[in-house]
Design a protein around this ligand. Sequence first.
Ligand code: AMP
Length: 318
Amino acid sequence: MSIVTEILKKIKEYDVITIHGHIRPDGDCYGCQFGLKNIIKTSFPEKEVYVVGEVCNYVTWLGEPDVIDDEKFKGALSICVDCANEERLSDQRFKLADYVIKIDHHIPVTQYGNMQYVLEEKPACAQIIFEIYDEHKDELKITREGAIALYTGILTDTGRFRYDSVEPATFIAAAKLLALGVDIVDIDNKLSVESLDVLKYKGYILSNFCMTPEGFAYVVVKQDVINSYGISMEDAANQVNLLSTIPGYPVWALIIEYPAEIRIRLRSRGPNVDTLANQYGGGGHAKAAGAKLESWDQLDTFIKDASLVAKEYNEAIK
Ligand code: AMP
């Protein structure tokens, strides 16, 4: 039996299903959670299906997480989407569930769950969810609402169809979702709106980023700066790709101070950076990874390590 057939068997078997995503959910995580909920609820209306975890202010229109008691998890199936490692799951109560399935597209960091369906080559986890639906249309249903969630997931995690992991199947998925009634202009408009404060903050990033001679561009954003612009942490962290275009700078990062951690958002259009992220308590994809600094004392070492990755790449392509 294929893994997908086994996943469907489990979905049919359980009356209560909880869907978990990662901390600080992004468009793909939310898109998977609400898209999958829609597929299960539309196909099996008698089941109780809950999306749990943190709110994502970036794509609020996809839905709102459910608030449920611990009791609900007992005897339930938990499906965890878009998350490589157990500790990054935003509602840890999947540990109370009877059976746990992981569906993901990240390079695995630590394994968790009773069953794993991980396709690292897929540009978005929402594409995996769509393909599960598409290949089992004889028994699964989706509504326009679910299609919007999955399309938003694919759109956001591919940088609007620009990243190198985009494959023909990505456009096929998008085309089929479009045929289900997705309004692509509306979604693009919603994702493109920016407040005046965020625009001004972008000016700060562009005026204050640093470049190392080896080819690493980065910006450090501390709490006082975020507060002075009156923007959310999410909006502050989202601007990493402002540094993506500089010739000779294939690696870039936004290093941002959260109340309880220093988060690194690391990006590349050349060398793989997931191994570097692993060295700093993180992971992700080859060209888009996240990591942490234990303290600001580690910053210089991280800059040196990232510069080395950029340098080796720049020398190799000379
Ligand atoms: P971010 O810059 O946080 O958007 O991260 C880029 C990619 O790496 C996303 O797909 C994240 O899910 C993943 N990622 C971020 N932080 C971590 C981490 N600490 N451990 C594993 N994966 C991560």
